[in-house]
Design a protein. Sequence first.
Length: 357
Amino acid sequence: MPGNRLASILLLLTLALAACAPDAPVETSLPPAAQEGSASEPEAKIEGKLVVYSGRSEPLIQPVIDAFKARYPAAEILLKAGSNSEIANALIEEQANPQADVFITTELFTVQSLSAQGIFQPYLPVGAEQLPAEFLGSQNLWTGLTRRARVIMYNTDLVSPDEAPKSIFELTDPKWSGQIAAAGSTNGSMQAQIAVLRQVIGEQATEGWLKDLIANQVTFFGGHTDVRKAVGAGEFKLGLVNHYYFYLQQAEGSPVGIVFPDQGEGQIGLITNATAGAVVKGGANSTAAQAFMDFLVSAEGQELFAELNYEYPLLPDVALRAGVQPLDGFRLADVDVARAAQEYQATFDLMEKVGMP
């Protein structure tokens, strides 16, 4: 792992040991901050500066911020976007003097770790009780927002549907040597996929898979946007991405196809993960922060994620964007998502051990 990328996560790792312990049971009586009324209740006035720190790239969160701004024009919203590790390090460094009000992450690794460090204040957004329980953080310190699937996309000018790999384990086949693009070790979704694999197939097999990917000359990018564009342009035949990157690239007119992998007999099933949001403890505008979290969980917010970003809403009965294949048509990997997320330190150690870029 190159030194600059390793450095970007070292601060988080030095504070991570506490988060490896199991989550504390949900208290029946929440702290006062969690008992406050919803910030989006009619009597609450939403105004002032709202600072959002996001591990999601700006194009994937800005439309949602714009919609919130349209509802609450008196609020001034400032967005700081970067990698999950960069944003997490900033939150830790600023803990004594918080600069952010809300944190949005692309996976559960980072939010679990930061929760253990006391970065967030408890808050259960309005309507969040309708979300699957596995995507509600212990003591309401974070809330899941959307689900995403790990898929294989391919350039249809270079690969036929019959030729395309049907399993992530086929990506180590030498016939694809030098023809695969993926996000690297600092990417939250890739980290989460490795964590799930450690739980599903074990440490040794996961290590072997990573070593074989590296040996097969997979090109690792900093993020999935570069991956999808490179596959769309025909620079690579295959890409390992979150499902919505395929749909985004398809919408740009690129010749791309998608495989929801590992659906065959004896295969592990489709790996999924979730985005999440949390209110930063000590933030200057907790009222607006809570209203923003309410909006993200609301039908309108969930519809925006689905329609604009092709994601899978966690709120029941929110329609998928036309053309997006429902998850209920696939067999999902049998995994404890929360436990996998808690074991991030071992996952980071494994990526460093194999020298993953």
